[in-house]
Design a protein around this ligand. Structure first.
Ligand code: C2E
Ligand code: CA
Ligand code: CA
Ligand code: CA
Length: 281
């Protein structure tokens, strides 16, 4: 998707980062995207490494630009974060994910939903503001909190430990679980993580990519799994594309896998066969 994006929308490429005009144009079209309902969510399953049973669906944001087609999130989320537009966009993501989740629950498919949240969404206003907003939406869509999981990255933990701890504790007190995304790419150690209410660690795709060829990456994954287990956290490996990768992770005791081997992210109207496969009723 990354490469497609580059070919179709060279306009948004990284070299243009310094081009003020391009950025302003992007910011303006992002602003109108919120109002014009140009966003949608695709869903990708996280499944038990051995049984294939679903742990959750991860909601992944997509922007259907009227002229440029599908714009991948890596090309607009950084700008949404810088401009503060991530707050209304992020709230839309939660609404849409909960709306879809409540539909599936009404159909008897009791899957969990994992939602990505930027640090800016958590650090805005007082530390309980995000949890209050989330709680309001859980009520509005009549979703039980234990089915909702929030994915955060290490940058949140590093920014301001005391405020982050308050914000995460308020979320956890709702009954919502917290995943630590992209683990291994930041600077925090697992022992440091112990103080935060984190249930699940997602091992970054970059380690999974080379683990079968690169002893160092394989050892790193082993170490993350062992330490995660000793902290009573569950582990997800991201970006699993092949069966040899899955079986290697199974051998290491990695609880869950996510990646193209299981399924690419899909729009909600294409999800039914997948849900039947991964939700045990
Ligand atoms: P992420 O949270 O690490 O999401 C995983 C990314 O890896 C997704 O890219 C997914 O499509 C891709 N992926 C999953 N399995 C495989 C695989 O087997 N192979 C390969 N090559 N890729 C795989 P996507 O959807 O383009 O999202 C990119 C990033 O954008 C996400 O990374 C996340 O950081 C951010 N993002 C997406 N949706 C949201 C959102 O609603 N809010 C916020 N704040 N960030 C979001
Ligand atoms: Ca994620
Ligand atoms: Ca990730
Ligand atoms: Ca990532």
């Amino acid at each position: 998707a990354k490469q497609d994006g580059r070919n179709c929308f060279g306009y948004f490429s990284a070299d243009m980062n310094n081009n003020m005009l391009a950025r302003i144009t992007l910011e303006q079209s992002l602003r109108s995207a919120v109002l014009q309902h140009e966003f949608c969510l695709h869903y990708q399953p996280i499944v038990d490494t051995s049984s294939g049973e679903g742990l959750a669906l991860e909601a992944l944001l997509r922007w259907r630009h009227p002229q440029k087609g599908l714009v991948p999130p890596d090309e607009f989320i950084p700008i949404a974060e810088e401009t503060g537009l991530i707050e209304p966009i992020g709230e839309w993501v939660i609404q849409q994910a909960l709306r879809d989740l409540s539909d599936w629950h009404r159909q008897g498919m009791m899957i969990n939903m994992a939602i990505n949240v930027s640090s800016r969404q958590l650090s805005h206003g007082d530390p309980t503001q995000f949890a209050c907003m989330l709680n309001g939406l859980l009520q509005k869509f009549d979703v039980a909190p234990q089915y909702v999981h929030i994915e955060i990255t290490e940058s949140i933990l590093m920014a301001d430990t005391e405020l982050s701890l308050k914000a995460l504790t308020a979320i956890r007190h709702l009954g919502v679980e917290i995943y630590l995304d992209d683990f291994g790419t930041g600077y925090s150690s697992l022992s440091y993580l112990k103080q935060f209410p984190i249930s699940v660690i997602k091992i970054d795709k970059s380690f999974v990519d080379n683990m079968l060829e690169d002893r160092a990456d394989a050892n790193l994954i082993k170490a993350i799994i062992n330490m995660g287990q000793s902290l009573d956290m569950r582990l997800v490996a991201e970006g699993v594309e092949t069966e040899p990768q899955r079986s290697f992770l199974q051998g290491l005791g990695c609880d869950f896998v996510q990646g193209y081997l299981i399924s690419k992210p899909l729009p909600s109207n294409e999800l039914a066969p997948l849900l039947r496969r991964i939700v045990k009723v």
